[in-house]
Each structure stands twice: as structure tokens, then as C-alpha cells.
Design a protein around this ligand. Sequence first.
Ligand code: GLC
Length: 550
Amino acid sequence: MGDRWYQEAVVYCLDIDTYADSDGDGVGDIRGLLGRLDYLARLGVTCLWLHPIHPSPNKDDGYDATDFYNVNPRLGTLGDFAELLHQARNRGIRVIIDLVVNHTSDEHPWFQSARSSPDSPYRDWYVWADEEPPNRHQGMVFPGEQNETWSYDRTAKAWYYHRFYKFQPDLNMANPKVREEVKKIMSFWLQLGVSGFRMDAVPFIIELTEAGNPDSPKDMDFLTELRQHVQWRRGDAILLAEANVEPDQLPVYFGDSGGSANRLHMLFDFMLNGRLMLALARQDPESVIEALRDTPKLPQGGQWATFLRNHDEIDLSRLTAEQRNQVYEQFGPDEDMRLYGRGIRRRLASMLGNDRRRIELAYALQFSLRGTPVLRYGEEIGMGEDLSLPGREAIRTPMQWSYKENAGFSTAEPEKLVRPVIDKGEFSYEKVNVTAQRRDPRSLLAWFERMIRTLREAPEIGSGTTTHIDVPMPPGVLAHRADGPTGTMVFLHNLGTEDAEVDLSTLQPEADLPIDVLADRGYGDVGKLERLKVSGYGYRWIRLCRGQPV
Ligand code: GLC
């Protein structure tokens, strides 16, 4: 095991309220999740990222908190949460939680007080303007669902800023008291035992918003301050951030110009996500090769978090219009599958036509690329989406555990469920569920377990260096390698439909008993690496050589 746990972790993200309901009220809860920890341990995940757990009116699925120091009562109690941390740790699983401090719910007592009077001690905790800001209809994150970023509050008799929905007023990070509070919130959860935070909306947290200035300054030093704080309170805790910004901006989120890693430990690789989708759509790895080549070099200890799906739409905004259209054509042909003019609200299995070979290929590729893989609940069994639900809810349906009513998620009356289970079509719970796949050694779930287990034997992927192997390749095939002190892994992924043969004999001098450690089928001996077959949509993970243990 390397020195830093997050570099070799497998992160699994879930919403407690759609995962498992223990008390039959229709809403998933912490005790339900406790009952599924063994499942997660067997799957091989080492870190859970829990979507917001705080009390919330749930107008944005919990990303609108009313109390940062508690657990939403519908999920359980703080006591249940402490038990979850304990039980997870017993199984070698860490827990990180969503930290949503760019804004609060408008029902948060701080905002209620702030709006009530200019003299409120919380007035300056939010961002106000007396006059209507001229840029009030700019910078919306949810076009179509949100039409302004400044709204007038009649009680306050002033305009308040909200980067997201109207009911999510932004906290004023220029106020030292707010900064202190954020640190206090972090300390509280670290003290309880979380291993860090998935920090929501980081570019907006550090924005020092000025009314009328669409390009308000950003205070990067606040990230340095938070890192210092977290590191001191719990040395091995991490900050994994959502910062979907231009690639040349990314390095400063990891560290300052001195090249040190003194800010965020990890960032989601949104750039790679879009390019992975493009490569899958075109059946051509070129865009992934570009991503590998163009990603900025990270300071030591900095790490990417890779993903194919998360709880939001697939964001294609960093692709060109032409590229975006190619992805839409393949994976979001109907208008109804698209969202916010930039993305797709579908799960991976359905985008790939429920083609088992292609789903494996896509996940084998993600998990073999540099960085720490993040897997969204339900993807391991190939769940689909429910497009009859509004917006992003389509991909937030309950986990499908079994053939039982409500997919075994809850014993409540179906109309009481937090969200309906998928009960129609090829992704219905009767066809796609954990119980069925548990019994079948050839299931997608069994494959995920095997693949993750293989990853355990290939730490180079997480903590080593990944490079494209630049030798002539048949169309559709990507060859890359991961090198670390533990040795070298070589990967072939065929994004196309045609069977291919690859010549990697230039690597022969480095090879020491090379073998396939994971592949879509038995390919036999790797020989001298000069005639490596890889089927259409096939893949091979080859251990080239082992290094000296460190
Ligand atoms: C982030 C979350 C998203 C949420 C938004 C507002 O982008 O990923 O789900 O709606 O922040 O908090």
C-alpha cells in the first residue's frame, strides 16, 4: 500500500435516501446503509462519498442545508452516523461527506435572521446589493430552471446573490466569521471520524462576489487556509473538490505558484469525463490520448478523481459544439435525455445500449486511467434511468436490490417512496438487481468485484505515472501504461467493434513473465507481445513486470 490512501482508493458515491430503507417509511436511511456495508466491502470499495446528509428541505436533493451540525432526521440520528463510521472503519472503508458551504437553504436560520433586519448579526453572512445588479441575469448554473443569480428579497428589502437556485443564497466568504464557521463545520465532522470532504462548487466558494462584476476576484488563499486547518485537525483527511474550470486554471486549485501541494488533494477530472464520453461515442480513443497529454502536471500528492457517471448530468460543456453533438447523437438522441443545454441525464448502461461488452470496456478503461476511480451506486449492476422524472432525478432512483416489491429498497407502499423504482423495460428491477447478479458468476456485479480486486494488485494505476504508448495502433485501440515502484502495467482497450491485433514488441525488453490479469475473454499467452489480439469492445490488462517492493 502506498503512503497516501486516497491514491489507491476506490470511491463509491451514494445518496442515503435512495440506497436502503430500514424502517419502511419509503426513505433510505443510515441504518439501511449499515445493513449494506458488507455488500460494499465485498464489492471492494474503500471509501464512501455520501451526498449531503444534513437537515434540508430537499429542494435540491440536500444541496440546500438548514443545519450543518446535524443529520437529516429522515436519514437517522447523529448517533446512527457515528455507528456508520465505526462499522465502515471495521471493514476498511472510509467515509467522506459532501460539504456544501457555498450556500445554505433560504430556510437556514442564518438566512432567516439575515433577511429580517440590516442589524442582524447574520446580515453580512450573505451577499447583498441595495440596487438591482446589472448582471443579474448572468452566470446561472441551471439554465432553464433558474433565470437569475440575484433575487430581490422583500423582507430584506435588498437583492441577494445565489449562484445556484433562488432558494440557495450564497454565503459571503469575504466575511471572516463565515470562514471561521466553515472551519468549525469541518472540525466537527472530522472529530466524528469522517476522512474528508467532497467540496461542492469550489470555484464559487472562493469567489468574492461583487455586484455588477461578472468576473469577481477569487481568493485562492482560502483553499490554503482550509487545507492547513484540515491537515492539522486530521492528518490523513482529504479535500476532494468539484471545480469544473478551464484546464489552465486547475493547477492553482492543487497548490500555489510555488508548486507545492498546499490546497486541494483531489479534483474531479471533468475534462477527462467529457473526453471519455466523446471517445466512446466516436469509438476512437484520440480524445482520451489528448486528455492524457494535456492534463496539467500535478504537484506531488495531488490526484485526479476519475468518473463516468455521477449524480448530476454528464457535463459536455468543455467539448466543442461539434463534439458535443457527436456525443448527443450517440448517447442522448432525444431532447428529453438532455439537460441545461450542456449535458445528458442518463446512466452509463442505457447510454451504451445495455451492451454488456461495452459497459465492461468503458469501466475497465476508466479504472485503468490515472487517478482514483469514483463509482456511482447502481452502476455496478448496470441500472438505467427514469426519464419521466424531472431533471437530474432521472438518475437518482432507488437502488435495485432484489425481485421483491420496490426492488427490495423499501417495504413502504410504492406511492410513499422517496422516488419511484424503475419497474418497466429492460432496466426494471426485475431484470436488473443485486440478488440476481449475486447468484451469477458472469454478472456485471461479479465482474466489478473481479475488476476492483485486480486493481488492488495494480497500485501503479492510482499512485504511479500513466502514459499513452505511442506506437502504431489499429483504429479504435488505445494502449497505455502505468509505471510505479511496484512495476508496470500495460493496458489495451478496443473502443471499436472490429477485432484487432496489436504489436507491442518494443516493450519486450522490459517484460518479465508478462500475463493478462484482467481481460474480456481468455486470450492465451501474451508471447513476445508482438501479436496481441484484442476483440471488438475488448480489453486486456497486462502485468508487464513487477518492481521491487518499497
Ligand atoms: C453541485 C452539485 C449539484 C448541486 C449544486 C448546488 O454542482 O453537484 O448536485 O445541485 O452543486 O449545490
